[in-house]
Design a protein around this ligand. Structure first.
Ligand code: NAP
Length: 542
């Protein structure tokens, strides 16, 4: 690799570019000013919508785009993207080359020196095929304006990726840009490695939700630039974060080559609250880490889902430059993580060996361990509200993953736990699997009660571990207990559902005079235990 390029690549921080679809010049100039205030370094003026609407002459195009670039408060990339690569320009290359030549002539006229864009983006495949674009590129000669040679595939990883990358190293371009839809996190890891294989500064990004990590981690891998939209609904490619998310949620400017990478692995994960929580804690603790959504697709077929989870996780752990340091693992992979840990001989904690489910991965000093912090998530808020559970009578509603963690944690803390579930066989299975075969000191007991009799127990504590009342679930307005069921014994009511904070169950419980524990307390306690496992100290107050 050319030493000068290597130095430039690693000495320069990755640029943040806001792409703007231009159909109104004044609006685009105002948006460029907003992009600067939001922290962008560059704007990309996508002028193909303008060209599509106006079908201008070369002179009209040059005057409009020249005024746009002159009025921009940020250096500009000018792009007239063709239809075949996600744009709106349907004309021929001779016309496009004529427009761009005229733009450069306009910028050469006295009083218009600021009309020259920093970069002009041309598709590598079209430059290779067009004498007009080739002549235009050659005409730039000694000017400051440089060519970005680009390649886009909205459908997936191009089958001719290597040939495309070679094409983008054409001497007529100064910068290479390759963007395609990532079909998995493994595609994204391949994309992140591209800038290091190129002979020039390179933009390599993945589209779609699997590609988000390439957009955020570009600075770790020497990517020249990342794109971020000015706001919701203003992105030019699927999966682009907003500039607010990039700067404030993911703290893009603090990401460097040594930054440790964490994330939440699940399906789906796009609405997870964990990135906001952990990134805010990392910032307050001055920990050099970034926390991302890490989606792994799950299918109906359990073997395929496990294979895909395993391959992805091992690739994340083994990547030589990612500094992957840990993950929260959520639905539907908690049992997969426990299985993989056993298969790989990783260290597991007691809650994992009891529940056969894990929600936390820690990669540190060449070793890997897995934990189940849902256990602490249940016990910590309960201890704070009612003290130790030994001898207490507890009713758990549900028999899924959350119920499993709650029932086991409380029974091993000494509580007498009764499980009630809509499908009784799942409650019976849970109790049979979690009850120790031999006597265990401090263990309370586990039993089952019919769903129809859940209101008739004398429980002192009720834990809801069904999704009833969850805003994004199937039964957002339902409660698993009626007010009448709660009014007699007035148990402490703990709802694990945390969106909304005050669920229908908690509202009824308060009406019945019960003390309540919100699901956010469980979320905070399990997240806090994860932070401590990764960083070595409790999270700071934020
Ligand atoms: P899961 O494995 O899908 O289990 C859901 C359980 O709820 C099943 O036993 C199911 O019964 C029961 N259920 C579902 N809909 C029901 C309905 N309409 N009426 C009666 N029972 C119903 O889910 P999970 O992973 O255990 O999660 C359950 C809830 O826990 C989630 O909604 C989440 O909000 C909460 N959670 C909170 C935290 C936190 O940090 N606060 C962490 C984890 C989970 P069947 O067996 O009959 O289908």
């Amino acid at each position: 690799m050319d030493l000068k390029i290597a130095l430039v690549r690693f000495a320069m921080p990755t640029l943040v570019c806001v792409p703007l679809m231009v159909s109104d010049i004044d609006l685009a100039i105002a948006d460029a000013a907003r992009a600067k205030v939001a922290g962008a370094d560059v704007v990309e003026f996508r002028v193909d919508p303008l060209a599509h609407q106006l079908a201008p002459t070369a002179e009209e195009f040059a005057a409009l785009v020249g005024r746009l670039v002159e009025g921009s408060m940020l250096p500009a990339i000018v792009t007239c993207r063709i239809e075949g690569e996600g744009g709106q320009y349907g004309g021929d290359d001779a016309t496009r080359a004529g427009w761009l030549r005229e733009l450069m002539r306009f910028a050469g006229m006295s009083g218009h020196a600021n009309a020259a864009p920093m970069y002009i983006d041309l598709e590598g495949a079209r430059l290779a095929a067009s004498v007009d674009l080739t002549a235009f590129a050659a005409s730039l000669g000694g000017s400051e304006t440089r060519i970005v040679l680009s390649s886009h595939d909205f459908s997936g990883r191009p089958s001719d990726l290597t040939r495309r990358l070679l094409g983008l190293q054409d001497p007529r371009g100064s910068i290479a840009k390759i963007v395609y839809r990532a079909r998995s996190l493994r595609d994204s890891l391949e994309i992140l490695d591209i800038p290091n294989q190129m002979d020039r500064p390179t933009i390599a990004l993945g589209m779609g939700e699997f590609g988000l990590m390439t957009r955020i981690l570009a600075p770790k891998f020497g990517g020249l630039l990342t794109f971020a939209s000015l706001g919701e609904g203003q992105s030019t490619a699927p999966g682009q974060p907003t500039i607010d998310e990039l700067m404030n949620l993911y703290r893009f400017r603090s990401i460097g080559r040594d930054t440790k990478v964490y994330g939440v692995i699940g399906w789906p994960v796009s609405h997870s609250k964990s990135p906001a929580t952990h990134n805010a804690w990392f910032e307050a603790a001055e920990h050099d880490g970034v926390y991302l959504p890490l989606p792994v697709a799950a299918s109906e077929d359990a073997d395929t889902t496990y294979a895909s989870f395993k391959a992805t996780l091992l690739e994340l752990i083994d990547h030589p430059h990612l500094n992957f340091a840990g993950a929260s693992v959520t639905i539907p992979f908690k049992e997969h993580l426990a299985r993989l840990a056993e298969e790989q001989g990783w260290t597991i904690t007691k809650p994992v060996s009891i529940t056969k489910a894990a929600n936390t991965l820690v990669v540190s000093g060449g070793g890997v361990s897995v934990m189940n912090t849902d256990w602490e998530g249940v016990l910590k808020p309960l201890h704070a509200e009612v003290g130790r559970l030994a001898g207490r009578r507890v009713l758990v509603l549900g028999a899924g993953g959350a119920a499993r963690a709650a029932a086991a944690a409380m029974a091993f803390d000494g509580a007498h736990v009764i499980v009630s579930n809509r499908s009784p066989h799942r409650a019976e299975k849970l109790v049979a699997e979690l009850t120790p075969r031999e006597a265990v000191a401090g263990f309370g007991s586990l039993g089952v009660v019919a769903w129809s009799a859940r209101g008739d127990t004398d429980a002192e504590v009720v834990v809801n571990a069904t999704p009833m009342g969850m805003a994004t679930g199937d039964a957002p307005n339902e409660s698993p207990m009626t007010e009448a069921m709660l009014a007699v014994k007035r148990p402490v009511v703990f709802d694990t559902v945390y969106v909304p904070r005050e669920t229908p169950l908690l509202k009824l419980a308060k009406g019945a005079g019960c003390r309540v524990i919100e699901g956010t307390a469980m979320f905070a306690a399990q997240a806090s235990a994860q932070f401590e496992a990764w960083v070595g100290r409790p999270p700071p107050r934020v």
